[in-house]
Design a binder for this molecule. Structure first.
Ligand SMILES: Nc1ncnc2c1ncn2[C@@H]1O[C@H](COP(=O)(O)OP(=O)(O)OP(=O)(O)O)[C@@H](O)[C@H]1O
Ligand SMILES: [Mg+2]
Length: 260
């Protein structure tokens, strides 16, 4: 279980004004098997919170803990375990896949690096197994392809395969389906949601897309100007939002949905 405990992150501003308070006193819990979503306007601190959860940046206040251990104070063994337990799936246009590596090599290298399997055959089997899990089967049709020989939805599935091959407990997905068109998005979402039941993975899912949240999330956190202003079960947030910001977020979404 990963726990954000009164975490804050400030950046020193290049301009004279001092500091940018990107995340302010945030509390959040993510657990295996649970699908949580973080929503909020652009610049509200969602990606900063995600990067703290992944251990990519350190909080300037508070702490991030995994099973009770502060992730900035892990020993070597704990850090190695953490690198497997918590995985990232980011939006593909950010260049998450190396254009010079085939799908097979991209995933195979991770399998070897983390010693998930040893020897050519065993590594290939592991790669084939996850490709099949993410709907990219039969594996021999995909292992030799380069990222640019795949569709956007297929690339996103490779990123998910690369994350789940390590048997993670939590996947932090920052706008992981935002660039996909509607039908492909639905397929990738179904896959991600399905893995919570099949593998027991938990998600911290960041998105602008409220209909997506409504469909897949168990619990929602609403961020505004660096703060988590409201949290609750998805049904409750959509049916009975308490914070004025959540109310306006849902209202503007409704207006968009009813546009001709
Ligand atoms: N490395 C950094 N240095 C300085 N300021 C930063 C840095 N990273 C983020 N910020 C600032 O922190 C605030 C939160 O940024 P963040 O990327 O977390 O927002 P976000 O909610 O993910 O937005 P979006 O929906 O547009 O992706 C913004 O004001 C941003 O300009
Ligand atoms: Mg962001």
């Amino acid at each position: 279980m990963i726990e954000v405990d009164h975490a804050s992150k400030s950046f020193r501003s290049r301009r004279a004004a001092g500091e940018v308070h990107a995340v302010i006193d945030a509390n959040l819990t993510a657990a295996p098997g649970e699908f949580i979503a973080i929503v909020g306007e652009s610049g509200s601190g969602k990606s900063t919170l995600a990067r703290m959860l992944l251990g990519l940046i350190e909080p300037t206040g508070g702490a991030i803990r995994i099973d009770g251990v502060d992730i900035t104070r892990m020993n070597t063994a704990q850090r190695k375990a953490f690198r497997r337990t918590v995985q990232a799936v980011l939006q593909d246009p950010s260049g998450s896949l190396n254009p010079r590596k085939t799908v097979g090599r991209t995933i195979g290298e991770i399998v070897r690096l983390h010693e998930m399997a040893k020897g050519r055959t065993a590594v290939y089997q592991k790669v084939a197994e996850v490709l099949d899990l993410v709907g990219l089967g039969p594996a021999e049709d995909f292992v030799h392809r380069y990222p640019q020989e795949l569709s956007g939805g297929q690339r996103q599935r490779v990123l998910i395969a690369r994350a789940i091959v390590l048997d993670p407990q939590i996947i932090v997905a920052d706008e992981a389906v935002s660039a996909l068109d509607a039908s492909v998005k639905a397929g990738v979402l179904r896959l991600m949601r399905g893995l919570t039941e099949r593998l027991g993975v938990g998600y911290v899912f960041i998105t602008h897309d409220l209909p997506v949240v409504k469909k897949v999330a168990d619990r929602v956190y609403v961020m505004k100007s660096g703060e988590i202003v409201e949290t609750g079960p998805t049904d409750q947030i959509f049916a009975d939002p308490q914070h004025p910001y959540t109310q306006s977020l849902l209202a503007s979404e409704l207006t968009l949905e009813t546009l001709p």
